[in-house]
Ligand binder design. Structure first.
Ligand code: JDQ
Length: 230
């Protein structure tokens, strides 16, 4: 799966892309991430990417021409145009079904803005899919784009180890619940012990305990998820 990230701050992605899971996936050619600086498509001598809003008001707006020309140039370099996603607070909420849908594309272009948002004509011309990662205001689309990449690559076959398969994720395949509690060594820490059943070796009993624990935790913390399970 190929990602093209269009941003004014490509350096924000460097340490994220260097993490081992992603580095291995990139080395094995399961994932490819290309960074493009929108500022490289400015033509004026000051390389302006933002300007004051018509009608007045605080803040600045992303200019239409560098963004449109950046998207068109990046698309034009490959035979497959890819699916254009714009990260905005106005977009459709990123949930696991949305991640599964995005993972169905061979190529995603992730358009990251800054300032107070995009000149509306960017939407009119490019007709991107708009995605929000939640109802809070970030300073730009970069952190949201990383969330899209991070969630999507889990679904690319081979990126996770076999045993770690994402098909068991508690939000995958329409299954909506929280994970059961997990423990590892030591068996006792500051007086807190691992539940005996997990040390029993009885796999039927362990499976029943985990099922019950997952249900209880979901009921207590996210009853809204159970309501959606009809
Ligand atoms: C941009 C901003 C005031 C936007 C500029 C570009 N889920 C989510 N939250 N925030 C974003 C996405 C996001 C995405 C792109 C962005 C925020 N901003 C800041 C400031 C009004 C609107």
């Amino acid at each position: 799966m190929r990602f093209d990230v269009l941003t004014l701050f490509p350096e924000i992605f460097q340490s994220y892309l260097g993490q081992s899971l992603l580095k291995r996936a990139i080395e094995r050619e399961l994932v490819d991430v290309a960074l493009h600086n929108i500022r490289d498509w400015t033509k004026d001598k000051h390389h302006s990417v933002d300007d004051r809003p018509f009608g007045g008001g605080p803040g600045m707006v992303m200019k239409v021409d560098p963004v449109v020309e950046c998207v068109e140039a990046v698309r034009g370099r490959s035979a497959h145009p890819g699916h254009l996603v714009m990260l905005t607070p106005q977009g459709q909420r990123l949930d696991q079904p949305a991640v599964e849908r995005l993972a169905g594309h061979r190529r995603l272009l992730l358009l990251c803005g800054r300032y107070e948002g995009f000149d509306e004509r960017i939407r009119q011309i490019l007709q991107p899919e708009e995605i929000s990662i939640g109802d809070y205001v970030l300073n730009g689309g970069e952190v949201a784009a990383m969330a899209v990449i991070d969630a999507t690559i889990r679904l690319v076959p081979g990126v996770l180890g076999d045993e770690d398969s994402s098909q068991f994720d508690s939000f995958s395949g329409g299954l909506r619940r929280l994970e059961f509690a997990q423990y590892t060594r030591p068996r006792e820490y500051r007086g807190l012990e691992v539940p005996d059943v997990l040390l029993s070796g009885n796999h039927d009993e362990i499976a029943r305990w985990r099922e019950k624990d997952a249900r209880q935790r979901t009921q207590q913390r996210r009853p809204d998820l159970l309501a959606e399970n009809e």
